[in-house]
Design a protein around this ligand. Sequence first.
Ligand code: TYM
Length: 339
Amino acid sequence: MTEAVHTRRVFSGIKPSGGLTLGNYLGAIKRFVDMQGQGFETIYCVVDMHAITVWQNPAELKHATRELTAAYLASGIDPEQSILFNQSQVAAHAELGWIFNCVARVGWMDRMTQFKEKAGKNAEKQSLGLYAYPALMAADILLYHATHVPVGDDQKQHVELTRDIAQKFNNDFGVDFFPITEPVIEGPAMRVMNLRDGTKKMSKSGDSDMERINMTDDADTIAKKFRKAKTDPEPLPDSLDGLKDRPEARNLVEIYAGLNNMTAESVIAEYTGAQWGQFKPALADLAVAKLSPISARMAELMNDPAEIDRLLGRGAERAREIAEPILAKTYDIVGFVRG
Ligand code: TYM
């Protein structure tokens, strides 16, 4: 038995595939920042290899990679305290990903709801990479023996699959090598919904720009989008229970809570009985106050792409120092001969 003692290590990633939304900010980036310096070693990744599971124009992929890095930095990720890099610069992700393709079962992949949603009736036309990507995601996490993975609610199933892969690898080879990772999905706004339809997730790829807040939206656009957000005719209730069958109302309350580091309960307590004409402008002001400094800083950082690339290169070097010994040990466990 290979006994392993696992340090508290956070790993998470975001795909550089087009613009970033308020969902990415509240469900991921903001929480990545909050976990820095909390007794974890923190590793944050721009997962460019995941982005190409659907077609990406090469020039746009480079731009999106730098823009996401700028978003991480502008939001408060400290590239000294955390390791910040893009996935394709650390080849071990692909190498461990292959091993996990051979550990994961086709039946497990068939249960992944995100693939079913994304592929719809067109599964045959999707890339093999889109189908297999949860195994690469497991490799991203386990390559660092990460113990904690902060994600939004939509990624929960993939982190659970990561646990299954770790468990099966450990069982198959009779080792205690890969840790059983915890998904960290805590607080409000773990599933930010579409502003025009509260039953659908806010995503970068939705049809209308009015249904999402982009991290790069200016103050007027943010205010307009919240003003036009779908709601119902009722005022805010006096308890969370009162939001049960009101998905749009619930979403706006959760966004407020997420942005202001409050619970949804305390937002309700503060705004009991308020009309939307009062709540929406307050929400818009709050969102502008939180997001505008970030988008301004992102724009400044994007003026110096060479510096962003330098930071990613340095981050990748640090990532490789952790990843390569873990990959080498994995190869040994699997039975690959190295000269
Ligand atoms: P991606 O790029 O789709 O999303 C990045 C992060 O943003 C969160 N998120 C949301 N949270 C709340 N509400 C929303 N509307 C919303 N939309 C997106 C996601 O849950 C995610 O945390 N496969 C992953 C990226 C990945 C990864 C990893 C994550 C690759 N390897 C290893 C963690 C660990 C993805 O496609 O996320």
